[in-house]
Design a protein around this ligand. Structure first.
Ligand code: TDX
Length: 345
């Protein structure tokens, strides 16, 4: 079958492409990506050598280009990873989040109706459920937890999810949605917590921890997420939502300490900076449904996954050093310049 992967030059999309090429070499993968700051064609270098892989630089909001590609390729399955995904950027400038994440999803689903697909899968996030209090470790997000977003980013993802459900109910589009907890692993853009801390620690730069660093995230190795999506595509029930998470809750500050220790860097690099506006306290996924219905369980333990990730970043310095220059350097200055300045005073 032909799988159309959108946003495949980004972190999770690229990992998914490599997973599929290996697990299902009989399938054809067509990838479209706008190649924004977060999408790097270098990431797909190996995939581009593969005879059953095709890449096109297309923005999911470009209706004409998307429809032309559907006309040509007639994909059986669409997996939509394409999204603006960084919460801090959405606080600075919400507009592009609404355009890409909601209207882009609409374009893809319109094309999936015009050239009928067997499945349209929307890659969503646990952030659509809002956050949980730190003093209620018994609470988890289930698929029935009400949508209650905090940031422009999570609101845009929730908007897209609602639209996906509407297209299923109104037009009978065969949809599924997955909502995963925080991912980490190779090819993650170094604006996100783990790669940012690795690249800064390597360069003996301050490690900017928002507030006290007590916020909790539920970390999952990206390959486990890819395997879950693959299972949903092949065995999941149409019209359903599946939560994905590995019961691996950790405080931000503990993650940063682990990275310092692994890189033999002093904890004195840790710098507490102004907190994120509307900062979610805790995310925690209940993955019972995907476990019971599809037999999914995470395979990589955090202690192994974080080691693998650190080694990957050390061995792929060229990949992220090129990124941590140019546009990203300006971004870093804008987002952290004042925060670090006020932490020093
Ligand atoms: O410099 C930092 N300092 C810091 O303390 C950064 C970048 C982050 N943080 C904190 C904020 C969060 O509590 O670390 C935690 C993780 O931050 P991010 O890596 O930005 O991820 P998060 O905000 O949790 O959102 C992520 O998970 C859900 C992804 O970015 C989303 O795209 C995904 O949907």
């Amino acid at each position: 079958m032909t799988i159309l992967v959108t946003g495949g030059a980004g972190f999770i999309g690229a990992n998914f492409i490599y997973y599929e090429l290996k697990a299902h070499p009989e399938d054809r993968i067509v990838c479209i990506d706008k190649l924004t700051y977060a999408g790097n064609l270098e990431t797909l270098q190996e995939a581009l050598k593969h005879p059953s892989f095709r890449f096109e630089k297309i923005d999911i909001c470009d209706r004409k280009a998307v429809f032309a590609l559907f006309e040509e390729e007639r994909p059986d399955v669409v997996v939509n990873f394409a999204a603006e995904s960084h919460v801090d950027r959405s606080i600075e400038d919400p507009g592009i989040f609404l355009t890409t994440n909601i209207l882009g999803t609409q374009v893809l689903m319109d094309a999936s109706r015009a050239y009928p697909v067997k499945r349209y899968h929307q890659v969503s996030t646990d952030e659509v459920y809002g956050d949980l209090p730190l003093d209620r470790p018994d609470l988890f997000f289930t698929e029935e937890t009400p949508i209650k977003t905090s940031s422009p980013y999570s609101s845009s993802k929730a908007g897209a999810d609602l639209l996906v459900n509407a297209y299923h109910r109104t037009f009978g589009l065969p949809t599924t949605i997955s909502r995963c907890s925080n991912n980490y692993g190779p090819y993650q853009f170094p604006e996100k917590l783990i790669p940012l801390m690795i690249s800064n620690a390597r360069a003996d730069k301050p490690l900017p921890v928002y507030g006290e660093g007590l916020n909790v995230r539920d970390w999952l190795y990206v390959e486990d997420h890819c395997r879950a999506i693959d299972l949903i595509l092949r065995k999941g029930k149409v019209g359903e939502v599946y939560n994905i998470g590995g019961h691996n809750e950790m405080k931000n500050i503990d993650i940063v300490r682990i990275i310092c220790a692994a890189l033999h860097k002093p904890e004195s690099l840790i710098t507490h900076v102004t907190d994120r506006k509307g900062h979610d306290m805790r995310y925690a996924i209940d993955p019972t449904k995907i476990h019971e219905e599809l037999g999914w369980l995470p395979e990589t333990k955090f202690k192994d996954g974080i080691q693998k990730t650190i080694v990957w970043y050390l061995e792929h310095k060229d990949w992220w050093e090129r990124i941590v220059s140019g546009e990203y350097r300006n971004y870093f200055e804008k987002m952290y310049g004042e925060r670090l300045q006020s932490a020093r005073n």
